[in-house]
Design a protein around this ligand. Structure first.
Ligand code: S3P
Length: 441
């Protein structure tokens, strides 16, 4: 599907976000490991979190959709060792989180399973999850000398591990911690990261009564490991989805957008910190804590942005928001340098290469670095024919770029937003339901 986007005279309205994708995956997986039933409200509506549910169902977990409106599911946990051997190949679709977290779960079950995904997921690095799980005693094999999916997993008895991750990754940390739940009395499981990545797994396990301690970038599951207790979870709005409206609100000359109930876990709020540093008129209001996760309302208005440098410890706190931040940088005064972000090359696509390719088509002054991008801002963007390359975050970033560009932008493979934000295009239309500049509707 192609989508045409142009600049409208205003961007205004209130946004109700889809549930956070990372927290939704964890609410489903960790409650499946519990004994008892849990209700998850505002479960993320995108295809990635649906992949997690279909894999869990194939592993014998009963999950019911209770209401579609504010997507609510009821999960009947099977207990730590209660998963059934799947009769089919598990399909994680496009979702790295599904594949990596479930590999941690499957490594410790008394069963055999194969997990695969789409072409993008089957080209993403899996050696990074296989390696620590093997050190725990797991038997996991994959294509290309055990580095790529499909993965075949023969569950084993596992033992604890003290593991230092070469690159900060919440997916790998979570896979190891989940595997740690099966080690019972056999030592502790510690994961050390170079920089703390999103800590939703640690927070949810703590809320479920599991003894997980976190000290900076070090998370430890200490024996005796207690099984997680089922808990109802209300999933906050996804800050990675909010990022689109935060950037659009800041760069459009006539904008005010208010976003209720956004997850503002400090391991995810790099986007807010950077926009504030760039001079955005952005307010964080009504902060509260729900299910051990901070939540707040965000209000953004048209702003004059200036360039910033993005690198170091900040990068894991905004890694998924780089595509849309790059659009903000194109419009900001000065030169933005994004570095230490080589991980962008192994996301759903090589986001460094494709951002440079697509934003260049729109007239942006962008230069590729091995681990980032240099963006000379201050100019304007021109409508162009662009492609998402099948990457949901690229599609949304290009949608935001198109909504401030001169002329029309055509985005190919635009339906891919369904991976994380099925209502994205409708929401963009609603917020910009004012005359397009030049008079077109
Ligand atoms: C995620 C972790 C991050 C992020 C991804 C979701 C998670 O990936 O980019 O979109 O839910 O744990 P890495 O763990 O590979 O850094």
């Amino acid at each position: 599907m192609e989508r045409r986007v142009r600049r409208h005279s205003a961007v205004r309205g209130d946004v109700a976000l889809p549930g956070d994708k990372s927290i939704s995956h964890r609410a489903a997986i960790l409650n499946s490991l519990a004994n008892g039933t849990a209700k998850v409200t505002n479960y993320a509506p995108g295809a990635d979190c649906a992949s997690t549910l279909s894999c869990l169902r194939a592993l014998g977990v009963k999950i019911e959709a209770v209401s579609a409106e504010t997507p609510t599911i009821a999960i009947q946990g099977v207990g730590v060792m209660g998963f059934a051997e799947p009769a089919v190949v598990l399909d994680a679709g496009n979702s790295g989180t599904t594949m990596r977290l479930l590999t941690g779960l499957l490594a410790g079950q008394a069963l055999f399973a194969v997990i695969t995904g789409d072409a993008s997921l089957c080209s993403r690095p899996m050696g990074r999850v296989i390696h620590p799980l093997r050190l725990m005693g797991g038997r996991i094999y994959g294509r290309n000398r055990d580095t790529l999916a499909p993965l075949a997993i023969k569950g084993q008895e596992l033992h604890g591990l003290d593991y230092t991750l070469p690159v900060a990754s919440a997916q790998i940390k979570s896979a190891v911690l989940i595997a740690g739940l099966f080690t019972v009395q056999k030592g502790r499981t510690t994961v050390r990261e170079p920089v703390l990545s999103r800590d939703h797994t640690e927070r949810m396990l703590q809320a479920m009564g599991v003894r997980v301690t976190s000290e900076g970038p070090v998370a430890t599951l200490a024996p005796p490991v207690s099984p997680p207790k089922a808990i109802d979870v209300h999933v906050p709005g996804d800050i990675s989805s909010a990022a689109c409206w935060l950037v659009l609100g800041a760069i459009h000359p006539n904008a005010r957008v208010s976003i209720k109930g956004t997850g503002v876990n400090p391991t995810r709020t790099g986007i807010i910190d950077v926009l504030l540093k760039m001079g955005a008129r952005l307010n964080v209001e009504n902060e509260q804590v729900i299910n051990n996760e901070p939540v707040a309302d965000l209000v953004v208005e048209s702003s004059e942005l200036t360039a910033v440098d993005i690198g170091g410890d900040l990068v894991p706190r905004l890694i998924d928001e780089v595509p849309v931040l790059a659009v903000a940088a194109c419009l900001a005064r000065g030169t933005t340098v994004i570095k230490d972000a080589a991980e962008l090359r192994v996301k759903e696509t090589d986001r460094i290469a494709f951002l440079v390719a697509e934003l260049s088509k729109m007239g942006a002054n962008v230069e590729e670095l091995p681990d980032g991008i240099i963006i000379k801002g201050g100019g304007k963007l021109n409508g162009a024919k662009c492609s998402s390359h099948g990457d949901h975050r690229m599609a949304m970033a290009l949608g935001v770029a198109g909504a401030v560009a001169d002329g029309e932008t055509l985005i190919e493979d635009a339906e891919v937003v369904d991976i994380s934000y099925p209502g994205f295009w409708q929401e963009l239309e609603r917020l910009t339901a004012h005359l397009a500049e030049g008079g077109q509707k």
